[in-house]
Design a protein around this ligand. Structure first.
Ligand code: ZN
Ligand code: ZN
Ligand code: FE
Length: 758
């Protein structure tokens, strides 16, 4: 199938023969489209078959001119357009030029070569960088981007570094964070009390010894602290779990090289490209079956994926070369707080978690987590947008004035726009503790001052009790509120360059997630929406069910399971066989009373919670240790199952033509399968398939040309791929997220898109 790919490349790609080389490559591969230079980078649109585009994407990097260097490479798939030739378009420079703040860039091959070369003056120097690589966003205090405005300002360059810095022919010409062992930052190893016990390379070598002994090290990296330890050691990993009070949520891993990753995981060419990209995110990779993994079972138990990244800073490279084993590299924070960035504060904050701290004296100006990405439905999908991506802009046409969007409550990011450029902040986290809220406020100040934006209005969520909503209303600005699920759809439209048209039927948005405040005051989460600019039609959603205990049900998911069954079977629920949680006789009685009397049992149409409930009914998970765990394990249960079977469901059409999707029959079908001894794998797959069929049926009824899939549920690879394939079979055009998270991390972009309609 022919596709169009939009590519944005930033870095040293201008004035080095990059455009002619792309032109030649396009000619060779018979690719149609265009290339253009702008102050924002090089933009390319390319059309060809999928396989040809794959090799184009790869060769843009491998075949680039000698003096060019890519600092950021983002691409997304768009609708096929039908270009007839490939042209170099004239640069158009209209509108204000916005200086870009570059993200932190992984170590380039030249710098890596230097730190491994005994004859080089930067041999084994962990803070080596150049114009093409190194920290940026995490060290910038202010614009313009020059050394004095970074946290490197306090290091005076030695004569050799200064000579390189001033020499236009040198790779370090105006490399603001440049440094060497003589003049730059240094390493220190601290005891858990903060007492220094080693410095420079001794600190690194001693850390290697400690890691091999099973100790836990707090490592000051690029955008914050990571907690690292030997990933092979059950003892070390379970100790880390205990100390971090993180019982089951998977830990990210860092592997020494691609070869060792391939021993553990299936790696497709697209996944390999993502792992090796300059952005160097954590990539979710399918674990190989039937091998004895060298990684401890405590790392990601019950999860068929590992989140793996490759070394991306000189310090990581040096450590990994010495260690040559996979390590856990999880964020250095307490539960959902932002990662620690300061070696003084970390001693208190991570007290009792790390045995030692490997730190340095280059200050981190702002926290930037490791990003997370995966390949799903054949495309890249960013799940957490931070290091390597933030704060690069996404282009959204038609926004007249500058706005500031406060984002969602969980997985918060914020966004500002300057003209068509929307700058999405790095991942901030859940705004549920004072640390995150402070980080949120800091980032809002940060982005506004970077881009000198005085927003006309603040856009926030509709939930009256959210911290972000309350904060928005405290400020001396006009505030607009956007419904959460509509923001999801607008976010996906923004990234796919889609616009509302006069025909409201043109687009149908499927917005499925865990929680969002609905305009009727209930908790929504399974919405089918027709976008109409400032407004939308809510045309279908799940039959509402009760969440006994409200928030509590998100952890005790069996409560949801019971509420669903009780809704269907009433008192007869107790006659059902094989439902584990029905043994909780005393607790069940309390929940039953809550439901009967409707005490603290808010109504919801949340798809995420339906997943949770069903996960508990079929005995996969009764208690979730972190949000969406039960739902995710239901997805994993369906892993590798090949079946097209699905359960029956019914759709009730209301007088206003909107639809209520009833899940009763689905659950009756599940109970019948359980009684008949059908495997959990097949039940889970049939449940997922039923949801895809529901999307098809609602789409058939409302006849959109374009169907948009957004919301946290579409992180579920099985659901996303099934829905995409089925929609394509039925000849709908289908759109989902690529560069911006489908989860709540994408909400701030949707809120900015909303402002185009104000
Ligand atoms: Zn470099
Ligand atoms: Zn120097
Ligand atoms: Fe959401």
């Amino acid at each position: 199938m022919k596709q169009r790919v939009k590519i944005v490349i930033r870095g040293a790609v201008q004035g080095v023969g990059f455009r002619p080389s792309v032109y030649r490559l396009a000619g060779e591969l018979d690719i149609k489209g265009w290339i253009i230079n702008s102050s924002q980078g090089v933009f390319i649109e390319a059309e060809a078959n999928e396989e040809v585009l794959d090799s184009f994407l790869k060769r843009l990097d491998t075949d680039k001119p000698k003096n060019s260097f890519i600092q950021s490479f983002e691409h997304s798939v768009l609708d096929y357009y039908g270009y007839t030739d490939f042209e170099i378009r004239e640069s158009s420079e209209n509108g204000s030029k916005t200086a870009l703040v570059l993200p932190d860039i992984s170590t380039c091959p030249d710098c890596l070569g230097e730190i491994l070369d005994p004859a080089n003056r930067r041999y084994l120097y962990p803070f080596t960088n150049c114009t093409n690589c190194g920290p940026r966003f995490s060290i910038i205090k202010d614009l313009p981007y020059d050394r004095a405005n970074t946290t490197m300002g306090e290091f005076e360059m030695c004569p050799e570094c200064l000579a390189e810095y001033k020499n236009p022919a040198d790779r370090r010409f105006h490399a603001e964070p440049t440094a060497c062992p003589k003049c730059g930052p240094e390493l220190f190893l601290l005891e858990s009390t903060g007492k220094p016990i080693a410095d420079r390379l001794d600190a690194m070598y001693q850390s290697v010894i400690y890691i091999n002994e099973g100790k836990i090290i707090g490592l000051k990296g690029i955008g914050g602290f990571q907690l690292i330890c030997d990933a092979r050691s059950d003892l070390a990993v379970s100790e880390l779990r205990k100390r971090k009070r993180r019982s089951e949520k998977p830990f990210a891993l860092m592997f020494p090289n691609m070869e060792t990753i391939k021993q553990e995981c299936e790696v497709s060419p697209a996944e390999e490209r993502l792992l090796l990209s300059v952005e160097a995110p954590i990539v979710l990779l399918k674990r190989k079956k039937n091998i004895k993994s060298i990684v401890s079972g405590e790392t990601a138990s019950g999860n068929p994926y590992y989140g793996i990244m490759l070394p991306y800073s000189p310090l990581h490279h040096l450590l990994m070369r010495e260690l040559n084993i996979p390590i856990i590299a999880t964020s250095g924070n307490i539960s959902e707080e932002p990662i620690c960035t300061d070696e003084y504060e970390v001693i208190e904050k991570l007290k009792g978690i790390a045995d030692y701290y490997l730190v340095h004296n280059r200050k981190i100006q702002r926290h930037v987590d490791d990003s997370i990405a995966r390949i799903a439905a054949g495309r890249q999908m960013i799940l957490r947008r931070a290091r390597g991506y933030a704060p690069l802009p996404v282009t959204v046409k038609g926004i007249k004035k500058p706005y500031l969007a406060f984002g969602p409550h969980l997985k918060n990011t914020i966004a500002v726009n300057k003209g068509d450029n929307v700058f999405i902040s790095q991942h901030i986290g859940d705004l549920e503790n004072i640390e995150s809220i402070n980080a949120f406020k800091k980032v809002t100040r940060d982005l506004q001052s970077f881009y000198e934006i005085k927003p006309e209005k603040i856009i926030c969520d509709m939930h009256p009790d959210y911290i972000s909503t309350k904060y928005a209303k405290e400020l001396d600005k006009e505030v607009e509120q956007v419904q959460h699920h509509y923001a999801h759809i607008l976010s996906c439209m923004a990234e796919n360059n889609l616009e509302c048209t006069d025909d409201v039927r043109e687009i149908l948005g499927v917005s499925w997630d865990g929680t969002g405040y609905g305009i009727d005051g209930t908790i929504w989460g399974s919405e089918f929406l027709q976008p109409k600019g400032k407004y939308f039609n809510r045309v279908a959603f799940l039959k509402p069910f009760m969440l006994p205990g409200g928030e509590k049900a998100i952890c005790n998911v069996w409560r949801i399971g019971f509420a669903l069954l009780y809704d269907i079977y009433g008192e007869k629920v107790f006659e059902l066989k094989g439902i584990e949680f029905l043994n909780k006789t005393h607790e069940i009685e309390l929940i039953k009373q809550m439901l009967d009397k409707r005490i603290n049992s808010p109504l919801t149409t949340s798809m995420g919670r339906l997943f949770d409930g069903i996960s508990s009914i079929i005995g996969i998970k009764n208690e979730a240790n972190y949000e969406a765990q039960a739902a995710m394990e239901l997805e994993f249960a369906a892993d590798d199952c090949v079946t097209d079977e699905h359960y029956n469901y019914s759709i009730l059409v209301k007088p206003d033509n909107s639809c209520i999707i009833c899940w009763h029959e689905i659950i009756r079908g599940i109970i019948a399968d359980m009684t008949a001894g059908v495997s959990k794998q097949i039940i889970a797959a049939k449940f997922h398939n039923s949801l895809a069929e529901i999307i098809i049926e609602i789409s058939r009824k409302f006849k959109p040309k374009k169907v948009i899939l957004s919301g946290g549920c579409f992180q579920n690879k099985y659901l996303l791929e099934r829905a995409v394939n089925r929609l394509r079979e039925e000849e709908f055009k289908v759109y989902w997220h690529q560069r911006v998270p489908t989860n709540d991390g994408g909400i701030s972009l949707g809120q900015i898109k909303y402002s185009a309609y104000l």
